[in-house]
Write a protein that binds this ligand. Sequence first.
Ligand code: G6P
Length: 607
Amino acid sequence: MCGIVGVVGRGEAAPLLLDALRRLEYRGYDSAGIATLVGGGIDRRRAEGKLGNLAGVLERNALPGTTGIGHTRWATHGAPTERNAHPHATTRVAVVHNGIIENHAELRTELESQGALFETETDTETFVRLLDRLLADGLEPVAAFGAALKRVHGAFALAAVFAGHPRLLLGARQGAPLAVGFGEGEMFLGSDALALAPLTRRIAYLEEGDWVVVTEEGARFFDVDGAAVERTVVQTAVSGAVVGKGNYRHFMEKELHEHPAVLGDTLRQYLDPRSQEVRLPRLPFDPARVPRLTLTACGSAFLAAHVGRYWIEGLARIPCDADVASELRYRDPPLPDGGAAILVSQSGETADTMAALKLLKAGGQQVLSIVNVPESTMARASDAALLTVAGPEVGVASTKAFTAQLAVLACLAIGFARARGKMTPQEEARLTQALVAVPGHAAEVLEQDARIRELAAEVAKARDVLFLGRGSLYPIALEGALKLKEISYIHAEGYAAGEMKHGPIALIDSNVPVIALCPSGPLFEKTASNLQEAAARGGRIMAFTDAAGAAALGRFAEHVVVLPDADPFAAPILYTIPVQLLAYHVAVLKGTDVDQPRNLAKSVTVE
Ligand code: G6P
């Protein structure tokens, strides 16, 4: 999603802004640009595609100036062309913007009727033209910015620089994050602490509705009503070290191979292997009494929440709802008195999940979030946050953060079950042991890499692929299909194995790989029957199972990948790894942009 940076600096702004934009690349984007204040006016450079293109433009045509703004754009309104790339500018003002200005059409009509000439179809340009008109009417930049903000609706973050005001940078936040960085005699704006980390670790986050006046001397904050407010400057823990790929070809590959370490680090936070007990920090609700839990998230994080529902209902017997946040936020579900919610998010910034958080809090629910970024908006806005210890995840398609989310949810399910008296110490010991074994088993799964690559060569030829699973492996079948679609662009569907005969069976022929996640265990026979139904119609069965499952499936499965024998409780975590690896290898064979697949963003900060 779009990334914003800004600087009132001491040295040349453009190289610094370009560097900061590189640290925002992970969010996903399709064009980029920089504007600086030069000799009383505004100058800008923009380019379609990756930052390398913008760097090339800057090399050929340098951009001087010490104050400026930069942007990576993930297109919403208007194609990802140079013309639509930010900063958008007039002779008086340049603006970068993340999010959507929802009343842009109405504003455009009004401004056009007053003579404004628009150059693009973007919603952002309405804000620029609005500011331009207010400046033309004689307002000073700060007053014009404050007045323009009152006219725009939606969820966004903005930054602006003004011709003739060489040491001024304005920013605003309404639904999308923005941070102010305090340097020595220079000041910064950025979408997140990562963008600013090598420049400064002293950060202040804008609160909802805030706007800020930044000069080289510091920052003055105003709330939504225009009243001056103080915002705390914190020392961020985010490291400015650029995360590298090491010896791996892609970030996704590296991150896949981090599964064992990340799972170990995350589990260590929430369970004690010696006493074989789960150790949860203080929760904002009492799991022994909570009448109902609402689990919500987006994308892969939602599928983790979906597994969490199976675990929490199964072990702790707490009724749960699991809903994608974009539905929950408008569904207006009845929420119980004393209820609680669990939000799951890698970035902690996803717009729909944040909107769900607001709805849930307004509905009196205590909100616990599971996030990977400790300083994220979600972590700060929740009643409590449990951290996944996955480290920075750069590949757009979530891998290690997803299994770390599962690890935390598994610990919660055990802890809740104990609190409700639904689990004996022996049972708790068995399940915690199962989790303690997970990092080792994950390493064994990764040893199947070459075998999975062979399978990928078959899957890469397919047009459609079906993933099947039952119980807590059903959401993992959905995750397998999602991952394959996201990065290889092959159409895939995940299905509850028992539902296959109610629809997808019609698709099955000898060209459709049917990928089954079926460890031996209570539901194995059922899934095996469904696979036989698919095989009987020519379907090509590719199964991920354990040694006992392999023996039973051997006769009709075309390919069997044998995973370690593990407790069925831990299966969703372990069976995620081969489906992610499979998607990775298929994408490499197809030659797609594995780490930044087309049209996708890592952190989705618009609806
Ligand atoms: C995007 C990413 C997914 C991620 C989802 C939710 O779609 O590409 O990998 O699962 O957003 O993001 P979050 O940061 O809330 O986990």
